[in-house]
Design a protein around this ligand. Structure first.
Ligand code: AMP
Length: 282
């Protein structure tokens, strides 16, 4: 695997592949890689000639200084994992390489997607995400880019950005990878205490119950039920739970048969924030 830390070195390597018309698949990450990330990379390997992975903990998408400071960094292990799935190129730039002196976000209009859910609780988060993904797309110029449905709102926002700006890249959404007990894999999971880790599968268990109830109960009853479930769980504090339409991400109060819905939530285990979501069947 080739490893680059500067835009220029990466670009000159990739230009060789581009002149040979090789398809480039791209997987942007913040490192501390796990099987969820690897599933995206494997998908990219299947469908492209060359796979580029970036590892960059993007400061402008963090609304919480402590979360940024404590974000796990495991670059040596990440390199081993990337080699184990035959990743071709790793781009791991410094903050200065990406932002120079000006560590700030561009302002984006994602047609309202940015004001829902995570947007209500993480100020400026999606401007940060838009900024880094657009920058990385400009550097890598991939044919296809792979994102996890774990961050479903982010996935929809990136699709919107690509469509609005007519960027020449196809966005591929990939399923959520979970631990055996159902907890969605996340780089932040390593920060959970043993006690928190033990209780964390409760999140997905609750979402699975929601999926069952969605066919038979109305949405406001489900909302109340979820809130009550978390009230009984002292180690997990519910920040939000919402059933939203997949396309607009607007909170749904009633079901319409021609629309697709998902249940989304964010939960604090102590200071560690976990998100998850599940597709619902009408
Ligand atoms: P991150 O390193 O957390 O920024 O994630 C990089 C990419 O991996 C994003 O597209 C995430 O949605 C995706 N991802 C993270 N966790 C998972 C998971 N458990 N299953 C599938 N994709 C994931």
């Amino acid at each position: 695997m080739k490893i680059f830390t500067t835009k220029q070195d990466l670009k000159s390597c990739l230009s060789e592949f581009k002149t040979k018309n090789k398809a480039i698949g791209f997987v942007p990450t913040m490192g501390a890689l796990h099987e969820g990330h690897l599933s995206l990379i494997k998908k990219a390997k299947e469908k492209n000639d060359i796979v580029v992975v970036s590892i960059f903990v993007n400061p402008t998408q963090f609304d919480n200084v402590e979360d940024l400071k404590k974000y796990p960094k495991t670059i040596e292990n990440d390199i081993k994992l990337l080699e184990s799935v035959s990743c071709d190129v790793l781009f791991s730039p410094s903050v200065e390489e990406i932002y120079s002196e000006n560590i700030a976000s561009e302002k984006f209009d994602f047609d309202g997607l940015e004001h829902q859910m995570e947007g209500k609780f993480r100020d400026g988060h999606f401007d940060g995400v838009g900024t880094i993904v657009k920058t990385l797309f400009e550097i890598v110029e991939p044919n296809k880019a792979y994102f996890g449905q774990k961050d479903f709102q982010q996935l929809q926002i990136i699709k919107k950005m690509v469509k609005k700006n007519r960027l020449p890249v196809k966005i591929k959404g990939c399923p959520i990878f979970r631990e055996k007990d159902g907890l969605a894999m996340s780089s932040r999971n390593v920060r959970l205490s043993n006690e928190q880790r033990e209780i964390a599968p409760f999140i997905f268990k609750t979402l699975k119950e929601v999926r069952k109830k969605f066919g038979i109960t109305n949405i406001s009853e489900i909302n109340k039920w979820v809130e009550n479930q978390f009230k009984k769980q002292p180690l997990l504090e519910l920040e939000y739970f919402t059933i939203a339409e997949e396309k607009t991400l607007e909170t749904a109060e009633t079901k319409e048969s021609n629309k697709k819905y998902r249940a989304f939530l964010a939960v604090f285990a102590g200071k560690i924030r976990l998100i998850d979501n599940i597709r619902l069947r009408n």
